[in-house]
Design a protein around this ligand. Structure first.
Ligand SMILES: Nc1ncnc2c1ncn2[C@@H]1O[C@H](COP(=O)(O)OP(=O)(O)O)[C@@H](O)[C@H]1O
Ligand SMILES: [Mg+2]
Length: 252
């Protein structure tokens, strides 16, 4: 049995006040399990990013509670949350931002040293991770503005993974990449997941969604449907059809 790592109950998130009030997440319940590659889908504006921000404690709920590794993160103050996130959450966004006066390696080390002050340890882990995402030393010594978008994105995954987070949260990580770079980034995430890393990925792209083993579909602020898939395999037509049928049923 897989461990439950996040339990969200009665989540509500509204923006604005009075007539302008919009409720984006509306009484949503969700459990997230360890080692899953969970995908969040739904139309644009459905609240996918909002849900991800809530689950990772980046944004505050309007109502409801979120227990993340046995801790109610809704009761934490900002400092406690910052510490909790550093240890438990890795983030990958559509556009990775690295400090551009520093090499990719130094960016990763900076994140690693916030949690573990054994520099030797962090360096050797970073080197392994860079190798696993196919970024050679000559490249990780460069700054963000000297590498390609795909390389930067893969370095972003290294940074997200450096502290062995409980969950890697990825919000449309391939949204700004061409097809070749997208595949490379998805392969990196798939590899991490195969090694036991729990991942929650928001995407509106079927090819990305196929990497997951659990697809959650958001609509009207709630989970409108979900699908379990067996583990990702390339060119698995039956699996692809299952996702196609599900998305059709969801009205995607
Ligand atoms: N900080 C915010 N302030 C006001 N409205 C917001 C904010 N964040 C998101 N929204 C609104 O919530 C809705 C859902 O946004 P989002 O979660 O980004 O959707 P998705 O990621 O599914 O495209 C949108 O209508 C958006 O305008
Ligand atoms: Mg979004």
């Amino acid at each position: 049995m897989k461990d439950k790592i996040i339990t969200a109950k009665g989540l509500v998130k509204s923006f604005g006040v009075g007539n302008a009030k919009q409720t984006i997440i509306n009484n949503l319940d969700l459990d997230i399990y360890s080692k899953d590659f969970t995908i969040i889908m739904g139309s644009s504006g459905a609240g996918k990013s909002t849900l991800m921000y809530l689950l990772s404690g980046m944004d505050k709920v309007t109502k409801g509670n979120i227990v993340f590794k046995n801790k109610d993160i809704c009761k934490m103050n900002n400092d406690e949350l910052a510490v909790f996130r550093r240890k438990n959450c890795g983030f990958v966004f559509q556009q990775i931002y690295m400090l551009d006066k520093m090499s990719l390696m130094d960016n990763v080390l900076t994140s690693g040293l916030l949690v573990n002050n054994n520099k030797k340890d962090i360096i050797s882990k970073a080197k392994k991770l860079f190798e696993s995402v196919n970024i050679p030393e000559a490249t990780y010594k460069k700054n963000m503005n000297q590498v390609s978008g795909g390389e930067c994105q893969r370095a972003g995954i290294v940074r997200a993974a450096i502290n062995d987070p409980t969950v890697i949260f990825a919000d449309e990580p391939t949204g700004a990449l061409n097809s070749e770079n997208s595949t490379a980034v998805l392969d990196v995430l798939t590899n991490l997941n195969n090694n036991g890393q729990s991942i929650i990925m928001v995407t509106h792209d079927k090819k990305s969604a196929l990497r997951g083993n659990r697809i959650i579909y958001l609509k009207d602020g709630k989970i409108f449907g979900e699908l379990s898939l067996n583990i990702y395999k390339e060119n698995d037509e039956e699996r692809t059809k299952k996702l196609d049928d599900f998305l059709k049923e969801m009205g995607w």
